[in-house]
Design a binder for this molecule. Sequence first.
Ligand code: GLY
Length: 340
Amino acid sequence: MSYSLQVAGRSRIVVGPALAELPQLLPAGRIEMLTDRNVLHLHPELFAGRHPLVIEPGEENKRLQSVETVCRELIRRGADRSTFLLGIGGGIVTDITGFVASIYMRGIPFGYISTTLLGNVDASVGGKNGVDLDGYKNMIGVFAQPQFVICDTSLFSTLPVREVRAGLAEAVKSGIIGDEELFALIERTGFEGLRHTAAAMDEVVVRSVRLKAAIVSRDEREQGERRKLNLGHTFAHAIEKCSREMNHGEAVAVGLVMAARLARRLGLLPSAAEDRIAGLIEALGFTTQPPVPTAELFDAMTKDKKSEGDTIHLVLPTAVGDCVIRTVSFTELAPLLRSL
Ligand code: GLY
């Protein structure tokens, strides 16, 4: 059974089996595919005898050089304005696909098959595409909606356990932002339960996508409410900037706990809710402490692209299932961070 909805009135998200869904979604005409070496090796069935463009896996390849390489290859293959670019992979592949498609010949149509939990519940949905620069995450990019995203949870079976766990941090984030039932589902099913129960994993993806689609449809360009989707990310991006120890989802997990602690310190979140958030993050097998001192994180946060002058928009939970956006000056933030 497939589940389908629209984002911003023009981007169709389907949760279901990729090979069954793809023929109805792909337009007629020339298709080029972009993937990474791992996905090509693990899922040859998705490429149906075609020769995709292949990038190297890993966050260090989410950079302008990869964008140039892909554009050069599209030119070499004679891709034109009517070519459809299909990205098949995790968040790095889909981000690069969306970015390349937005700038190649000033824009060509594109869509994704999202193969990772992190991609399904966050990265592939909502039209943010881009690359990192000098360690700053997603510093160069565009808003552009894919025509479609297929989220196929059966593809997670080949993911390393660490990657599945990392993706779950983004689903926990969605629960905290606005879906208490999603949070409770993850609590009661647990990590191993979710990994081995397709229906529960599908429900986690559907609920996360539904929440994100609703928010993005109301605020596509992140002028207000969409900032809520950055819950935990200001801390996570700083962690990723300062340390190579954690991947994105692991850093988000720590960021969620830091946001909850901060919200409780500010009197916005009851301590029972803070304990529930930290308890779930821990039960899923994540570390809850940042791998570097908070003073270092603070320095990196001052350079976050979401900072504006000497203030930053912080997303702070007020309950499991609700949060607020607070604009905080760095002068106020420094002692608060030290106290965490
Ligand atoms: N990952 C946050 C957003 O798409 O807005």
